[in-house]
Every structure is written in structure tokens, then in C-alpha cells.
Design a protein. Structure first.
Length: 174
């Protein structure tokens, strides 16, 4: 009884053989996928940093980030993170950021990060909507904040080596 109630609750059940196989397959390619996410996030961050309708970009891989030098010392060479944040200009009204996210065509409006596709979320109107504006700000969520986890694949274009040009459609709308 103790095994069933306490151990299974605390540790979890055993994986079935196929589930264990899939987990091992995923672990074997995890570092490659993490590197690709990091590379694509850096390319997108650089694109957004130059975009006229983007107020700010927060990504530790950018030289302009306050913790960039620390990241160079502590993280694996050339690998930073797979998630970035940016703020849209004139985004004091949360509806502006939400409109940008809703207008994107290639990105999915999701909160999870464990996916191969590009995920975008506007925290002020989704994950943090139950908080007051003061509580949102104290947790680092501003009304113009948009979080992005770029996909594993790169959508080539003349303007950008990343999904950046796809974001142009959403950020560029009035």
C-alpha cells in the first residue's frame, strides 16, 4: 500500500517500453535542438532589435543585453537561450500586443515551450491576465511584452534569416 500511495505519488509510475524508447530518442538529439532554438532566437532577436515598430528586445545573446558578458562566461559557447522577449512600440494598451500576436500567421499562440514550432504569447492578456497591472509589472510583465520561442526551422527570406520577416506582418500593422 505504501508503494502505491507514497512512492508512485512522489516518483511516478514506470514508463512503458515504447515511452522509454521515445524519451531516449529525444534525449539523444536534445543538445542539437537546443542549439537550433538558440541560433534561431538570436537571429530573430537581431532582426527585431532593428525593427522600427519594436521598442525593445530582451535576449541574453544580444550584445546590448545587460547580462551578455556574464552569459558569455557561464553558458556554453554560442548557446544562449531559446526564448526571447520584446516590446511593441505604442504598446501601453495591452490590446496592441494582443493584436500583434493574434495577427501572426506562422506562429502558435501558446504558453508551453516544449514544441518544434514557433510559439508566441502576450502574457498581459493570457497567463497573467488575472493579476492587477501593478502585480504584472512587479512580476516583469508589461503591457507591451511579447514572449517568443522560435521554431527549429528557419524560414528564409530576403530580409531575415529567421522567422523575423513573419513577425513583420504582425508588428507592422496599425
Amino acid at each position: 500500500m505504501k508503494l502505491r500511495i507514497e512512492i508512485l505519488r512522489d516518483v511516478g509510475a514506470c514508463l512503458n517500453p515504447f515511452g522509454a524508447f521515445l524519451l531516449l530518442q529525444g534525449l539523444e538529439t536534445l543538445s542539437l535542438r537546443a542549439q537550433r532554438h538558440s541560433d534561431n532566437a538570436l537571429a530573430l532577436a537581431r532582426y527585431l532589435e532593428q525593427h522600427e515598430k519594436v521598442a525593445w528586445v530582451s535576449f541574453v545573446g544580444l550584445e546590448s543585453h545587460p547580462s551578455h558578458q556574464l552569459a558569455l562566461k557561464t553558458l556554453r559557447e554560442g548557446t544562449f537561450c531559446g526564448v526571447l522577449s520584446f516590446g511593441v512600440k505604442n504598446g501601453k494598451d495591452a490590446a496592441v500586443g494582443s493584436k500583434v500576436v493574434d495577427s501572426l500567421k506562422l506562429a502558435s499562440n501558446l504558453a508551453n515551450v516544449g514544441d518544434a514550432k514557433t510559439l508566441v504569447i502576450h502574457p498581459a492578456t493570457t497567463t497573467h491576465q488575472q493579476l492587477s497591472e501593478e502585480e504584472q509589472l512587479s512580476s516583469g510583465v508589461s503591457s507591451d511584452l511579447i514572449r517568443v520561442r522560435p521554431s527549429l526551422s528557419i524560414h528564409k527570406s530576403e530580409n531575415s534569416g529567421s522567422d523575423g520577416v513573419r513577425f513583420d506582418a504582425g508588428v507592422g500593422r496599425d
